[in-house]
Design a protein around this ligand. Structure first.
Ligand code: ATP
Ligand code: MG
Length: 583
């Protein structure tokens, strides 16, 4: 490929609306262009990388024994009505009508379509297990598309679905997919973690997310230093970094706390640690139909701990999404104000977090303005109804598995695997005959990888202040040959053309920057770094005088001079070996 004929649409300045580095670099390097909110076109350079990522994913999926299919993006409403998701899915599902006013949607995922396919084409347990996958465009009308292709509305996903006669077989394929995902992310050179996503409880997890570690990640993930425990922070569990001490119980006292209401104000006033206080939060409950109710529920947490909203929303009786009570409702129902709430004589159903279960001689609100109790202990008057884990794990808490300290890092969710069980096969009536000829609902698993998000994640992890640093196996080109000042010496063109020809001959994907007269050397050199080509050769009259060219390794920035006679050998050895070593 020649730069003079290639759409190298690089931009010098960072576009104003790009917040994170991968978004900035993808626009600046000319990989993508925004069409509308959450919709992007792929330019030639970006498209090349996309194809390479796709082929790595495809190779590993094929290796796992999965079969590639391709299903329509437009899906009939009837299938979604069968699974009940037509009504359950909110505005993320883009619904459309055809000319006959029939309802359809743009597929945000394909469980319904694949279940329909399998119920028609599979009939016996003998045909199972089976894993089917596709690599295809999805549409989700995200509430807040952002960060470029990281959270877009249209994106490419590899989605796979597995089908089994029993749980044991599902477990086996789930493991194979887990390994396949690890292989894919390793080949892409990512620093990633697989974390429990469905349940933080040890052992019984049926869903894992794969996160590429990056400060810009939208998720928080928690893991033990030895790597044994790993979970999404939304669900992570742990032992308190500072456990509650057993103490002799003292007699409680009512004290004036004046205008001090926050934990910080109270601890400053009373000269105590926040881990000796209890905070009481009031939220709305749900009625029997699952609607929000004005009946309030209390959540009790140790003062130094924070509420984990996801865990709390899972508790029976609490309305989800979590809704905090207004100060007016709190006063109406308790006679107290937000800053003076406490568990004593509080006639409201109370969930106590594990952090307050064994707490002694604590400080809490007295349900009276300007008053708190000190040295309070659990008793008939000061009690809770249920213990639950509703706190956020914090750095330094210890693993329930082996007491090793927990670390918290940010991650980009690049993949998600899930055991669906019979959720879809039962609602959509997908069964096969078992050994005894009895119809049995099919056990299912589903497995997704965000292909386009994956590219952004690779850039988040591999760049410097000059631009992208592509791992060789997904770089759009392996080698860039830049000719400089060809007007000053005819040898420049002859030499670079001959190197270009031999590189192509060796099967090295090469771009020749032949835009000599129009583009300045500085622009060309900067651009080659911005677009992240791993190997660069600069042919200029200055080095040709010495019968050499200048080589630069993009990753290390190291430069060396190559004798022109050695260039072919160098290309063969370094560039080709680099390319194959990552495959
Ligand atoms: P998220 O929590 O980020 O919204 P999700 O749980 O909705 O993700 P899944 O339904 O599990 O995602 O989809 C599988 C994969 O598709 C995700 O792991 C992610 O890599 C990718 N993905 C999901 N939504 C988007 C999006 N809006 N833009 C780009 N990739 C996405
Ligand atoms: Mg989502």
């Amino acid at each position: 490929m020649r730069s003079s004929k290639y759409l190298l649409a690089t931009i010098k300045e960072s576009p104003a609306d790009a917040e994170i580095i991968s978004h900035k670099l993808m626009l600046r390097a000319g990989l993508i262009r925004k069409l509308a909110s959450g919709l992007y076109s792929w330019l030639p350079l970006g498209n090349k990388v996309l194809r390479k990522i796709t082929s790595i994913v495809r190779e590993e999926m094929d290796k796992s024994g999965a079969m590639e299919v391709s299903m329509p993006i437009v899906q009939p409403a009837e299938l979604w009505q069968e699974s009940k998701r037509w009504s359950q899915m909110g505005p993320e599902l883009l619904r459309i009508q055809d000319r006959h006013k029939r309802d359809f949607c743009l597929g945000p995922t394909h469980e319904e379509v694949i279940t329909d396919l399998v119920r028609n084409d599979y009939s016996s347990y003998k045909q199972l297990p089976a894993i089917l996958y596709q690599i295809q465009t999805k549409f989700r009308d995200e509430r807040r598309p952002r960060f470029g292709v990281m959270r877009s509305r249209e994106f490419i996903m590899k989605d796979a679905y597995s089908f089994h006669i029993n749980q044991e077989s599902l477990d086996e394929s789930y493991k194979v997919m887990h390994t396949t995902y690890c292989n894919i992310f390793t080949r892409l050179g990512l620093n990633f973690r697989s974390v429990a996503a469905d349940s933080g409880s040890i052992g019984g997890s049926i869903s894992h997310e794969f996160h590429a570690l990056a400060d810009s990640g939208e998720d928080e993930i928690v893991f033990g230093k030895d790597g044994k425990y790993a979970a999404n922070a939304e669900l992570a569990e742990g032992n308190l970094r500072i456990p509650n001490k057993k103490e002799d119980k003292k007699d409680y006292q009512l004290v004036d706390t004046g205008t001090a209401v926050t934990i910080e104000e109270i601890t400053n006033l009373l000269k105590i640690d926040s881990n000796k206080t209890i905070k009481t939060l009031l939220v709305h409950s749900e009625d029997e139909e699952g609607n929000v109710s004005d009946k309030l529920v209390a959540l009790l947490l140790r003062g130094d701990q924070e509420l984990n909203i996801t865990k709390t929303e899972k508790l029976k009786g609490i309305f989800s999404p979590l809704k905090f009570a207004s100060s007016q409702l709190i006063e109406e129902q308790t006679g107290a104000s937000i800053g003076s709430l406490g568990p004593q004589n509080l006639a409201i159903y109370k969930f106590a977090d594990l952090s307050v279960e064994g707490l002694c001689n604590f400080v809490c609100g007295a349900n009276e303005a300007g008053k708190h109790f000190i040295n309070m202990n659990w008793s008939d008057d000061c009690s809770y109804d249920e213990v639950a884990d509703i706190r956020k794990v914090t750095e330094g808490d210890t693993s329930l598995l082996d007491s090793s300290p927990l670390e918290i890092k940010r991650g980009i969710e690049v993949g998600h695997i899930f055991q669906l069980g019979t959720k879809y096969s039962e609602s959509m009536n997908a069964s096969v005959l078992d050994k005894n000829g009895k119809a049995t609902p099919i056990q299912m698993g589903c497995y997704g990888i965000g292909i386009t998000r994956l590219m952004a994640a690779c850039i988040e992890q591999s760049h410097d202040d000059r631009g992208i640093i592509w791992p060789s196996n997904i770089a759009p080109f392996q080698l860039i040959i830049i000719q400089i000042d060809s007007q000053k010496s005819a040898d420049v063109e002859t030499m670079s053309e001959s190197m270009y020809a031999s590189a192509l001959n060796f099967g090295i994907e090469t771009i020749l920057d032949d835009r000599d007269k129009k583009t300045s050397p500085g622009v060309k050199l900067n651009e080659s770094e911005l677009i992240g080509i791993p190997h660069r050769i600069v042919v200029s009259p200055r080095t040709l005088e010495r019968k050499s060219v200048e080589y630069t390794d993009r990753r290390t920035g190291e430069k060396s001079e190559l004798n022109i006679e050695d260039v072919e050998g160098f290309l063969k050895k370094v560039v080709m070996a680099d390319k194959t070593s990552h495959l």
